[in-house]
Design a binder for this molecule. Sequence first.
Ligand SMILES: Nc1ncnc2c1ncn2[C@@H]1O[C@H](COP(=O)(O)OP(=O)(O)OP(=O)(O)O)[C@@H](O)[C@H]1O
Ligand SMILES: [Mg+2]
Length: 259
Amino acid sequence: MTEVSVVKDDAGPGTDDLVALKNVNKHFGALHVLQDIDLTIARGEVVVVIGPSGSGKSTLCRTINRLETIDSGSITIDGRPLPAEGKALARLRADVGMVFQSFNLFAHKTVLDNVMLGQLKVRKIDKQTAEQKARALLDRVGVGSQADKYPAQLSGGQQQRVAIARALAMDPKVMLFDEPTSALDPEMINEVLEVMQQLASDGMTMIVVTHEMGFARSAANRVVFMADGKIVEEAVPDQFFSNPRSDRAKDFLSKILHH
Ligand SMILES: Nc1ncnc2c1ncn2[C@@H]1O[C@H](COP(=O)(O)OP(=O)(O)OP(=O)(O)O)[C@@H](O)[C@H]1O
Ligand SMILES: [Mg+2]
């Protein structure tokens, strides 16, 4: 696998906190979807977020790259508040790589072009360098031979790995994954989880919403359990899975582990 640079330049002043949410609140109309969220993610840390449907996990992710605005509180990346708009916002979105359940690749562009596009437009990298980097990343995630195909010609697992390569091409400081394997056929889940596992081992800072408990146990430094817009519990995976403290977490775990 080729080296991909991970978060060394541009460090914030004197702190190892890369992502910090402080007292974040958000409403959708009458629904208080994020309630007093305090969450800090250190450089190189892998945090798995789990919780029942509708608890606010996706919304939480989306606020971190400002796909959703917040009503109060603060979010900083590397000590800097999220920019509101313009080029600074485009750069933020590049710094915070996001991989969704649906792969969101550009259907009318080849796999290679999908991985080159952001490098050319946002990072202003020259074409040759962008192509080299795109090919190296596609090799890294195991789809190098698919570079000239269109997304629809790939399996779901392959498309999701292209989506990961596309985000990595921007040299993100942190990667957000929102249920990246939940739309995949079972036989494709592991190939995506393996890429994520490798990324975690390489030191990438990651926030991962997933119900893949095997991944949480082996890759996460910390599990954050959300329910009804609140962080109810945080613990290292072993402790969380073997000895959840809150009734909500116990109830949730009994449902997902025994079916
Ligand atoms: N754009 C929106 N407008 C109004 N309500 C929304 C919007 N997006 C999400 N919601 C509501 O906010 C709540 C939290 O949604 P969110 O998608 O963050 O939950 P989740 O924890 O990711 O759930 P799931 O496990 O099903 O993906 C839900 O009740 C949802 O219906
Ligand atoms: Mg969700």
